[in-house]
Ligand binder design. Structure first.
Ligand code: AMP
Ligand code: MN
Ligand code: MN
Ligand code: MN
Length: 284
């Protein structure tokens, strides 16, 4: 496997909060020149077989994937798992438990929105959820745009659904240790997703990477659709400092919402070890 491969190891389908099917994503990734692909739906591996078959049909190499929601230092952190056995009972049960509670949380979010004069948000969001078990803030965002409350999803997350704003319901997700162990226990490698998004203090961030490494975490997403060039450079330094491999992924959700398309990303810094070098025997 070449170090400069066009790898896109982070994106979402209708199985979680993306708008395309696994097959449509595979076709789009292949058309954009992706050579190694992973579908990483939130807290769910239900799209993995379809994604792998579609990758094969388009001549792309494939790694199994998922993006696990974790609560760390009072905030939600995302851990991407790559190359694990998607049929392993431990990860399937872990993800099932992590998904549980989304329905109740969604009803609480809708109740808050109703209080600020936005009725019907639960039913509205549910219409966008390809998988009702995975009803997420993204689906509420689509409802708020569709009904004209906000112009785009960026405005939604500035005015609603985030800490201190209407529609925010704090939730306890998986622990960092559990998420990393589910992934590594099923033969995969764990990656800290889009670290610049969390707004941690320097101390909290040091704790995150130290504990991640202690639990057996292997890599950090350096090049992602969520990072500016300066943030990618900063987290390349984090990879060097903590001895972590590097990952690359667009975090593509939808042609209408995502500004970074599948596979259209800068290369990883040449001195960093790509995470796929740790997964040679897991690539399909
Ligand atoms: P949830 O898992 O229900 O908390 O929803 C989190 C999802 O909301 C993420 O996976 C993103 O797809 C989306 N999201 C969170 N923050 C933003 C943001 N600032 N702009 C756009 N999408 C966001
Ligand atoms: Mn998402
Ligand atoms: Mn994420
Ligand atoms: Mn994501």
């Amino acid at each position: 496997m070449s170090r400069t491969l066009n790898a896109d190891l982070h994106c979402h389908s209708v199985v979680s909060d993306g708008t395309l099917t696994p097959e449509a994503l595979a076709a789009r990734a292949a058309a954009n020149g992706v050579e190694l692909w992973a579908l990483t739906d939130h807290d769910e591996v239900g799209g993995q077989q379809r994604a792998e078959a579609a990758a094969r049909a388009h001549g792309m190499r494939y790694l199994t994937g998922c993006e696990i929601s974790v609560t760390f230092a009072g905030k939600t952190v995302h851990i991407v798992g790559l190359g694990f056995d998607a049929t392993a009972p431990s990860i399937r049960e872990g993800l099932l438990a992590t998904r549980g509670g989304r329905g109740e949380r969604a009803r609480d979010m809708a109740a808050q929105l109703a209080q600020v004069g936005i009725p019907g948000a639960y039913e509205g969001a549910l219409r966008y959820a390809g998988n009702p078990e995975l009803i997420s803030r993204t689906h509420f965002a689509r409802f708020l745009v569709e009904t004209g409350v906000c112009r785009d999803t960026g405005e939604v997350f500035r005015r609603f659904l985030t800490d201190g704003k209407p529609g925010f319901v704090p939730h306890r997700w998986a622990t960092l240790a559990d998420a990393v162990h589910w992934i590594t226990g099923a033969g995969g490698q764990a990656v800290v997703a889009h670290p610049a998004r969390y707004g941690f203090t320097a101390n909290e961030e040091f704790a995150l990477f130290s504990e991640f490494k202690t639990h057996g975490g292997a890599a950090v997403e350096v090049v992602t659709g969520s990072h500016t060039a300066a943030e990618a450079a900063a987290y390349a330094d984090t990879a060097r400092e903590f001895g972590l491999a590097a990952s690359r992924g667009s975090d593509f959700h939808s042609p209408d919402e995502s500004h970074t398309d599948l596979g259209r990303l800068p290369a990883l810094p040449a001195d960093l070890q790509p995470v796929w070098e740790l997964l040679e025997d897991r690539i399909r």
